[in-house]
Design a protein around this ligand. Structure first.
Ligand SMILES: NC(=O)c1ccc[n+]([C@@H]2O[C@H](COP(=O)([O-])OP(=O)(O)OC[C@H]3O[C@@H](n4cnc5c(N)ncnc54)[C@H](O)[C@@H]3O)[C@@H](O)[C@H]2O)c1
Length: 357
């Protein structure tokens, strides 16, 4: 019998837009979807995902049906799929530090959000029977991200931290998830095939051949609100750290590596352009250098990973797992608690999924 998977979203921005579109497409598609690694995980197809609650603080989104809110400016994710009315209205969430910096200039805060208690989120998660809460708040919103994480743990909803703010790296929160018997996945979602994945895969390739990487950089520019937000150094600290962690896992001393985001270019919209350069020495100190320019649609790229993460989180919850699901985090996140190289992370993830049956 077809199961449904009840999902709540915190932050109805561009990544949420692509996620809701993927789930909608999966519902009526009769062929496997491009970019979706597993048709079923733990018995769930992406078409089984049912959105039951959505929180935002933007006065232009709160009160709209989720199908409309995901297209509301400043969202720039392309509309690839027409999403039918969901019956889920975006609700005000607690603002906390959600919109500090440049975002405060492009978003008008809903009046109910300013002083809202995070306990409202816990209550709504319980009322709606949400099994998984996906956190897609802006980077830099440490207080807000951690407040949603706490609400999820207390409500018994598995938590996916797509942001680089510390949740799986915060011992007090990890202990809370363990105590409450609730799974936690994080921190900082990888893109399905983005600059970090490509960069680390290339570095690992050079290492396997014994080459020495001398210099490398990864510069990224884009035009969505994630890039606008990250243009403020006070907001992007966790992202820079997270990108460096991912490079360290690939065996690079990342302390001196420039690893973006590096610029907000409005006309690019949801298109992200990444520039990679690697300089290395090989046999007899011969020189090798390579440069790659990679252009992707940013938000669908996140939705591909979320399609894995949501179903793993639900299956882990069904199986009574508590705390960080380390087996899958090295593959799905840039800042896992236990980092691994790409092949090792992928291997562990695939084993975990296979064991779910
Ligand atoms: N695009 C990718 O491929 C990718 C990959 C990895 C991680 N991420 C991370 O995912 C997160 C979301 O990215 P995005 O591009 O969707 O951002 P976005 O700016 O489009 O969306 C963020 C949303 O959160 C809302 N918000 C702000 N404070 C809030 C609060 N307190 N409660 C509820 N909602 C609040 C904003 O109004 C906005 O709608 C970011 O942290 C980003 O770094 C994205």
């Amino acid at each position: 019998m077809k199961k449904s998977l009840r999902v709540a979203i915190a932050g109805v921005g561009s990544c949420s837009s692509s996620l809701v579109q993927v789930a909608s497409l999966a519902r009526w598609s009769t062929t496997p979807l491009a970019g979706i690694m597993h048709e079923r995980i733990g018995g769930y197809g992406m078409g089984d995902v049912e959105f039951v609650a959505a929180f935002d603080v933007d006065a232009g989104k709160v009160g709209l049906d989720l199908s409309k809110a995901i297209l509301q400016s400043p969202v720039v994710a392309d509309e690839h799929v027409t999403v039918e009315t969901t019956g889920v209205q975006v609700e005000p969430g607690p603002l906390l530090d959600g919109l500090r910096g440049p975002l405060s200039e492009v978003v008008t805060v809903h009046p109910d959000s300013a002083d809202l208690s995070p306990d409202v989120v816990r209550r709504r998660l319980v009322e709606t029977g949400a099994e998984v809460l996906v956190c897609l708040l802006p980077t830099g919103s440490t207080e807000a991200v951690q407040a949603y994480a706490r609400a999820a743990a207390l409500a018994g909803a598995a938590f996916i931290n797509a942001t680089p703010e510390p949740v799986a790296h915060e011992p007090e929160l990890v202990a809370l998830f363990e105590e409450r018997g609730v799974p936690l996945l994080g921190d900082d979602l990888r893109s399905h095939l983005g600059a970090t994945t490509l960069h680390t895969a290339l570095l690992e390739l050079l290492h396997t051949r014994g080459l020495r990487v001398v210099n490398t950089y990864q510069l990224n520019v884009g035009g969505n609100t994630d890039f606008l937000n990250l243009a403020d150094p006070a907001r992007s600290a966790a992202k820079q750290k997270s990108k460096r962690r991912a490079l360290s896992a690939a065996g690079i001393d990342a302390s001196t590596v420039a690893a973006g985001p590096n610029g907000f270019v409005p006309f690019l919209g949801d298109h992200k352009v990444g520039f990679l350069r690697i300089e290395a020495t090989s046999v007899l100190d011969s020189q090798l250098s390579l440069e790659i320019r990679m252009e992707v649609e940013d938000s669908p790229n996140a939705a591909g990973v979320l399609a894995n993460a949501i179903r793993v989180a639900a299956a882990a919850r069904d199986g009574g797992m508590a705390g960080v699901v380390d087996e899958v985090c090295a593959f799905l996140f840039k800042s896992p608690r236990r980092p691994a190289t790409e092949p090792v992370g992928l291997g562990r993830f695939q084993e975990f999924v296979a064991a779910l049956g």
